[in-house]
Design a protein around this ligand. Structure first.
Ligand code: 3PG
Ligand code: MG
Length: 461
């Protein structure tokens, strides 16, 4: 039974003038949104933001946001049509080419099933890893992904050993209902956005569907040049992309409050734009991971041998000023005298890490405070681990935060990459609202960035 998917609404907010990053970010919530007009800023919130920003950044101007709804795969008839579905089957493989996490494949099933149920065929295209050479390099083959897809679908899946060559052309025009083409990045034209390569892919199908959320921040040929080459044919988003947009922008643009973000990971520099954006829309932004030590330096603390970005201390100071009470830092640190679970360990107040020791996790008091703030929240966004969660006992802080999120009944959104791996590892993935399939893409979306690969798809009539 074909089902109706959510309408994906996309709203744009632009600022003019040479406004500071915070003003840009504070207003970039709701860039994309799914569902009815829920995604746009309410007039009162918009008014408050405009007023606050006008005081803070007198040169900034804010234009009215425009909302544009994107068509989904449920909005087009697939009967007797061939649909080119760009998926992100960039899944981790072990040395024996076994898939160690198939979530990206499982999450693409609803779109594929929708096309098949509507009487259509699918040609799936994806990249895997970052191969430097051509199809000779079996470590980057999509064949294992095609086999796993066949198991999950319970249908035969034809695999073409090339992308735009003879095998692909033959299989694409054959009888198979589901075809997977070999890794697009075996062809240099994928990364360069080559128009000729794109036009060959475009010629294979009647409809284009982007369900590759993890790759939406890229402008590779299959993401941009292919749908461009298919202008005039239907070009839609799949259910996975629609769902990611719904959680990573819509839920965030109109959050139930209190809205708490937890940001961890190694580097301030990776998260700077996310911190800025979320400071503009959250009630609290809790900081963990090694990036806390750069903040600690900015406050004049001692960090021992901890991983820090000395060239980002000034930036951390600015964020501390801009964030005020919203920005919450650890109060204690679990450190070791070596990067090892077997090291000599100490729990010390934040900013008092002795020489010869490095911070490897938030301390127990911080864990307790963060868990408490999560318990009181109605919306939680988490991106980045609190410590070295792969190395017990330094997984304790990340585990405590993950457990608090799993136990809460807040809308909970887990950014992809390490935090998605952590929530899976602890067994809590089924107890949160959404675990993103995107690493870089989920960060970009939390930064409020626009995606060309989504913008160019068909609007609702
Ligand atoms: C990812 O896993 O981040 C996406 O599949 C995109 O891959 P890329 O970072 O190699 O472009
Ligand atoms: Mg990446």
């Amino acid at each position: 039974m074909p089902r109706r998917g959510p309408k994906v609404k996309i709203s744009q907010t632009r600022l003019g003038g040479s406004d500071a990053a915070l003003s840009r970010s504070a207003l970039s919530c709701g860039l994309y949104s799914a569902g009815s007009p829920r995604g746009t800023l309410s007039p009162s919130l918009r008014g408050q933001l405009e007023q606050a920003l006008a005081q803070r950044f007198p040169n900034s101007t804010m234009q009215r946001s425009q909302t544009v709804a994107k068509k989904t795969i449920a909005d087009v008839s697939t009967e007797e049509k061939t649909v080119l579905v760009r998926v992100d089957f960039n899944v981790p493989l072990d040395d024996a080419a076994q898939i160690t996490d198939d979530r990206r494949i499982r999450m693409a099933l609803p779109t594929i099933q929708q096309v098949l149920a509507g009487g259509g065929r699918v040609i799936l295209i994806s990249h895997l890893g970052r191969p430097q050479g051509d199809a000779g390099d079996a470590r980057f083959s999509l064949r294992p992904a095609a086999e796993r897809l066949s198991e999950l679908l319970g249908e035969p899946v034809a695999f073409a050993s090339d992308t735009v060559g003879d095998d692909a052309t033959a299989k694409a025009s054959g009888d198979a209902k589901v075809v997977v083409l070999e890794n697009l990045r075996f062809d240099a034209g994928e990364k360069t956005g080559d128009v000729e390569f794109a036009s060959k892919l475009a010629a294979l199908a009647d409809i284009y569907c982007n369900d590759a959320f993890g790759t939406c921040h890229r402008t590779d040929a299959s993401m941009v040049a292919v749908p461009e080459a298919m202008a005039g044919k239907p070009r839609v988003v799949g259910f996975l992309v629609a769902r990611e947009i719904e959680y990573l922008t819509d839920a965030i643009a109109r959050p139930a409050r209190p809205f708490v973000a937890i940001l961890g990971g190694a580097k301030v520099s990776d998260k700077i734009n996310v911190i800025e954006n979320l400071l503009g829309i959250c009630d609290r932004v809790l900081i963990g991971g090694a990036m806390a030590y750069t903040f600690s330096l900015a406050q004049g603390g001692s960090v021992g041998e901890s991983l820090v970005e000395r060239d980002k201390v000034e930036l951390a100071r600015k964020l501390l000023d801009a964030g005020g009470e919203k920005l919450v830092l650890p109060v204690d640190t679990h450190c070791g005298d070596a990067f090892s679970g077997e090291s000599n360990k100490r729990i010390v107040p934040a900013g008092e890490i002795p020489d010869g020791f490095m911070g490897l996790d938030i301390g127990p008091e911080t864990s307790g405070r963060y868990a408490e703030l999560v318990r009181g929240a109605k919306t939680v966004v988490w991106n980045g681990p609190m410590g070295v969660f792969e190395m017990p006992p330094f997984d304790a802080g990340t585990r405590a935060v993950a457990a608090a999120i799993a136990e809460s009944d807040a809308v909970s959104i887990i950014g992809g990459g390490d935090s998605a791996a952590a929530i899976e590892q602890f067994g809590f993935a089924e107890r949160v609202s959404h675990v993103s399939t995107g690493g870089g893409a989920s960060l970009a979306m939390l930064e409020g960035k626009r995606f060309v690969a989504v913008d160019l798809l068909d609007d609702m009539d």
